[in-house]
Design a protein around this ligand. Sequence first.
Ligand SMILES: Nc1ncnc2c1ncn2[C@@H]1O[C@H](COP(=O)(O)OP(=O)(O)OP(=O)(O)O)[C@@H](O)[C@H]1O
Ligand SMILES: O=P(O)(O)O[C@H]1[C@H](O)[C@@H](O)[C@H](OP(=O)(O)O)[C@@H](OP(=O)(O)O)[C@H]1O
Ligand SMILES: [Mg+2]
Ligand SMILES: [Mg+2]
Length: 344
Amino acid sequence: MRLNGEISYLLSEEEKENERVSLMSLSPPPQHRLIVGYALTSKKVKSFFQPKLERLARKKGIVFIAIDQCRPLMEQGPFDIVLHKLTGKEWQQILEDYGEKHPEVTILDPPAAIQHLHSRQSMLKDVADLNLSDCYGTVGTPKQLVIIKDPSSIPDAVSKAGLTLPLVAKPLVVDGSAKSHELSLAYDEYSLSKLDPPLVLQEFVNHGGVLFKVYIVGEAIKVVRRFSLPDVNKHQLLSTTGVFRFPRVSCAAASADDANLDPSVSELPPRPLLEKLSRELRRRLGLQLFNIDIIREYGTRDRFFVIDINYFPGYSKMPGYEHMFTDFLLSVVQSKYSRRLSNS
Ligand SMILES: Nc1ncnc2c1ncn2[C@@H]1O[C@H](COP(=O)(O)OP(=O)(O)OP(=O)(O)O)[C@@H](O)[C@H]1O
Ligand SMILES: O=P(O)(O)O[C@H]1[C@H](O)[C@@H](O)[C@H](OP(=O)(O)O)[C@@H](OP(=O)(O)O)[C@H]1O
Ligand SMILES: [Mg+2]
Ligand SMILES: [Mg+2]
């Protein structure tokens, strides 16, 4: 938190008392403002800054300031937190330089950690390594294969890797563009050579047409249901050939939370399992702001697969996001200050 635009490293006794009071009430003392600089695409600004977020933030003493990408970041601020979702090496370097020069500023999240989610090859690695299995269930990833080039080699590569059809073809790189979300479903081996690498081929897992999105904001998690692709039965598989593009089903505004669904399909994954998964992924990925797409294998109660992880997703679609997000921003700065207080 800033006091008259200065970094308040050395606190007087009175200031320490103010900080203590504010820590207890989870809001900054009145003369303090929590300054959050943000660098987001215009699409993200529009979806994220809903009036209810702006109102609540104002009430809690949080001020959002747009980072001017045409001016050096070093000349802007001071900020307590930098919130960002931009891609590109240049931006990554700017943020890394800024972080080195301003270690007192929390960068959400570190660019190198976000980078890990920009490739569908590395994205699910930590889930696979985690190999989570406990009394609540198992969490794995679908079998997948990366194809860098040469579409004609795909049928052979797929059969060598022992992948079972149908396969979901996903662009390898996830860079926020519409193209990186253009997915297709391939029903037969021959048609695979029509695909356009670089891509990831992932086994399609039947899951009853319902997907769970687990939104993570620091330590808080919230899970919602979304409609997903319908199951593919044996008959459809044998009688269908070709590669079919499909729209961004899980992103549609309509949620499946209120739909009248088969409980064996729609029952949320056990909370302790999701908490463990989220905690572990936060630690392994080094990220605080992401969501996980998870499905339950049809016909099972407790076999789950993570199919996608998104950095700084569409939080405004999550009920109550304004509370979760503002509490998180305050807690980030307050835990930083309580550490400083205990060291002073
Ligand atoms: N392995 C799979 N098995 C079954 N369905 C899948 C699988 N992979 C993807 N899907 C379906 O395709 C949809 C899109 O896949 P995915 O989430 O990987 O793409 P995305 O473009 O990254 O999505 P988002 O908009 O969440 O970023 C999923 O929501 C799900 O309905
Ligand atoms: O919250 P979910 O349903 O997961 O969907 C998000 C996607 O996963 C994100 O990839 C989108 O953000 P980008 O378009 O900035 O990548 C994000 O875009 P948005 O923030 O503009 O809504 C969403 O589409
Ligand atoms: Mg997804
Ligand atoms: Mg995604």
